[in-house]
Design a protein around this ligand. Structure first.
Ligand code: PXL
Length: 294
């Protein structure tokens, strides 16, 4: 899908609004906007902070608000170029997103990007309902692009989280179990020592790897930022593997520049400094190699 006219394409961004900690809508909105895309948020919940590294959050689940919001949009005849979902606060929201995608596929052939945000480090996020993975898997099956990390992929497929580096064959068979048109799996360590993101194109069976230098610090929100840049780049007309390459290069740089800046890790990456790379297009020139392995 190309950006054809001077008008910015609209993306329905279905994520939570975590006030503190730079994740979900607080990174999705600026990243998409910097790439020339109008983000239209559909908030799934409002939280005083994200749930990784803070306790005692104030939370409002917006499951009731979401369908009302969509009903209003229907009366306005809004057309999105993409529906892009992330953290859902309750299993009932999965159905709301499914219906939003169905509607937008009908009226504007929207791209459906599902980032099945549920966990990291082999575990579900603390506030995530235990039964979310099975529901999220169904949502992923109907998507054009999915972007699970290794934890989320393992949870959805009902297999143990790999406790060490993976063989390429294991990675391939994992990717082949997803039904989405393109599956982008993030944060994989291979037995040859490389850290990679991987992408499989369902219809051709092609699989691509993009290696990056891993810094041993885990900033929250990096998955959200990755999926946002990938979505933005696909709306500029790039293939999933090329969008993965750009998102990988941008995240590698952003994490490197955020590391050691002195701010607490739980507050996320220094996005305010990195946004310029998306605004001026220099992220496009950042080096990252893609390798086709199948
Ligand atoms: O970055 C993923 C994310 C999104 N939303 C909430 C979270 C997290 C990760 O911890 O807690 C509320």
């Amino acid at each position: 899908m190309k950006i054809e006219s001077g008008c910015a394409p609209m993306v329905a961004a279905v994520h939570d609004l975590s006030c503190v900690g730079r994740c979900a809508l607080t990174v999705v909105i600026p990243a998409l906007a910097a790439m020339g895309i109008q983000p239209v948020p559909l908030p799934t919940a409002v939280l005083s902070t994200h749930t990784g590294g803070y306790n005692g959050m104030a939370v409002r689940d917006l499951s009731g608000f979401m369908p009302e919001c969509i009903e209003h949009w229907k009366t306005l005849g809004i057309r999105f170029s993409a529906v892009y979902s992330g953290y859902l606060a309750d299993v009932g929201q999965v159905d709301t997103v499914r219906k939003l995608i169905e509607w937008q596929k009908q009226v504007s052939d929207a791209l459906a990007v599902v980032d099945p945000v549920m966990g990291d480090g082999g575990k579900l996020y603390s506030a995530m309902p235990k039964e979310m993975p099975e529901h999220m898997l169904k949502l992923c099956s109907g998507a054009d692009v999915i972007t699970p990390n290794l934890t989320e992929a393992s949870l959805m497929l009902g297999i143990p989280y790999p406790d060490g580096p993976m063989k390429t064959d294991e990675l391939i068979s994992m990717l082949e179990r997803f039904e989405a048109k393109a599956a982008v799996l993030t944060s994989v360590t291979l037995t040859d020592g490389r850290h990679v993101n991987a992408c499989r194109i369902r219809d051709t069976g092609e699989i691509y790897l993009c290696a990056y230098e891993r810094i041993p610090v885990h900033f929250p929100g990096t998955g959200d930022l990755f999926a946002s840049v990938l979505t933005g780049e696909m709306l500029r007309g790039s293939a999933p593997q090329e969008a993965m390459r750009l998102a990988t290069a941008f995240l590698e740089r952003t994490i490197a520049e955020s590391h050691g800046c002195g701010a607490p890790v739980r507050e996320g990456v220094q996005l305010e400094r990195a946004l310029k790379y998306l605004l001026d297009g220099s992220a496009q020139n950042m080096r990252a190699e893609i390798e086709r392995i199948k």
